[in-house]
Design a protein around this ligand. Sequence first.
Ligand code: UDP
Length: 225
Amino acid sequence: MEGALARIGELVDAGGHHLVATVNPEFVMRARSDHEFARVLESADLCLADGSGVVWAARRQGCTMREPVTGVDLIPPLAALCARRHFRLFLLGAAPGVAADLASRLRSAHPALDVAAHSGSPDPSSDTETLALVHGHKPHVLLVAYGHPGQELWIDRMSDRLGVAVAIGVGGAFDYLTGRVPRAPEWMRRAGLEWLFRLVRQPWRIRRMAVLPIYALRVLRTGNQ
Ligand code: UDP
């Protein structure tokens, strides 16, 4: 987590435009068949391991990785960093009112934080309105909660026009951080069972999650430990 925050700070200081992706096994499986999504992930300046499934795979392939850095865990310390370093933050996505709710919670925790919010939509018909709001706030860091692969493709499509140093796709993180969707208890996350908790709470995810056993088999087949 400290490494991720330090790198994001460096990317803001470097200026330009950078993509940060929070990669989970569903991303990996999607990228195998969706070449555009794979291209965008390959172009990311930083890919974080969003969950124990990616840490497990990385370790089997010989990478040293201490812990997952999920989007939902990243946001509170990132907001603290933004407050401390005077980076403006913009929360984009989720259902109407959710990003604004999170913005006011983060403002209460960090009175120095300059944060704005908009629910928006990844549909091109919303681009003009979203861009106007983003340009009005001039954020250094933009969090996009449209779910994958839409949020990464949206950031890629808009990269030349956004004018933000760091854009991060954060999936359903705003829903978790505002208490709209409960998170798996710590022991389940540690045991790598967050997927099971999600499946029980949100059974409609079953089709998306059907790729997880295939992911596990592929990791077992390609790992070298
Ligand atoms: N979402 C959105 N606009 C859309 C589609 C999705 O704002 O057109 C939001 C949705 O409200 C939720 C998030 O994107 O907050 C998707 O969360 P999920 O946990 O499914 O993300 P993923 O696992 O795909 O990264």
